[in-house]
Design a protein around this ligand. Sequence first.
Ligand code: NAD
Length: 354
Amino acid sequence: MVHNVAFIGFGGMAGHHLTQSKELTDIIRVKGIYDINPERQAVAAEKGLYVYNSAEEIYSDSEIDIVLVAVPNHLHKDFCINALRAGKHVLCEKPVTITSGDLLEIMAVAKEEGKIFTIDQNRRVNKDFILMKRNVEAGLLGDVYLIESRVEGSRGLPKGWRTDKAQGGGMMLDWGVHLIDQIMYMYPNARVTNIFCKMYNVNYAEVDDNFHLVLTLSNGVTAYIEVSTNNFLKHPRWYVLGKEGSLEIGDWDCEGTIVRCKDRQSTWGAEIAKNKVGPSKTMAPRDPDTVDTIHISAPTDVEDNLNPTYRQMIDAIEGKAELTIKPEQALRVVKVMEACFESAKTGMAIAAEI
Ligand SMILES: NC(=O)c1ccc[n+]([C@@H]2O[C@H](COP(=O)([O-])OP(=O)(O)OC[C@H]3O[C@@H](n4cnc5c(N)ncnc54)[C@H](O)[C@@H]3O)[C@@H](O)[C@H]2O)c1
């Protein structure tokens, strides 16, 4: 069955949803949009979309089953609640809300109305993430104790609401939400027990334009997450340490390396060897014969786009499967982000049970 969708907000991301919808004509049809900006209304009209005069006009359109909420972050809550109250299923862009209290209110309304409410945590299907996750889950590194996840650029923040605190700007709510969600999605049964976050205002006084975050999980894994907008030299996208090996994935192209230890027996001579490190046994280079080096590259069976977000939502609407991007999962992520802001404000690590 094809479900009619209306967009509230028709900016950059909603435009991307529209493009993606061309691959989903078996399940959705984008009927129209509501956006306060006349220029965006004109773009929508040119693309053959119906331009609604208000969100209320969408709510009262009985043809519309699904509303996508893709406005600046501080506006998500009210549009989600009003659309659900009008009997629509709702797909909300990330970050679903800025506070956990707001999300709990939406969740209560979705439950009362018996409607599907999901969130576009689309980076769960990013190929770089899946490549890392699969190799860790295959046990190639042995017991993993550190996952470093970084997204780095050097161009600062885009102008507009992303630099305004009141509208939900800043990198924690922009990229942080994705990177935290990936770790929590990877370890659904682990709890976050400790959170330390350092936020920076390198080029923007009002919002975090860079942050470093350490999450301690109850399963023995530490996640180090870094988002930067002022890096002219980059670290790898993923760097993972396990007891039996290390993994690195350089960038979005997903080229990576795993080095596995095949011989634990190190031969320590009595004398400190002379090497480039200087006088050190511990940091002396290894004999290359004692490790296996494996090249890893992008998985070819992963659909890295918005299609999985829509397909899982439609399956849930049609009662064929449970939602896979659940509001309860988003709630955990929002709670972690709240603790990040608290940690950054106080300079203290926050003990948690999230
Ligand atoms: N999932 C992802 O990977 C991803 C990527 C980018 C953005 N996003 C999210 O999508 C949302 C939108 O971001 P964007 O990049 O499209 O921003 P944008 O600024 O390009 O677009 C926002 C649009 O909302 C409209 N708008 C503002 N207030 C409105 C109101 N009261 N009523 C109706 N329309 C209104 C604006 O005119 C604008 O066209 C944000 O929540 C953002 O975090 C998600």
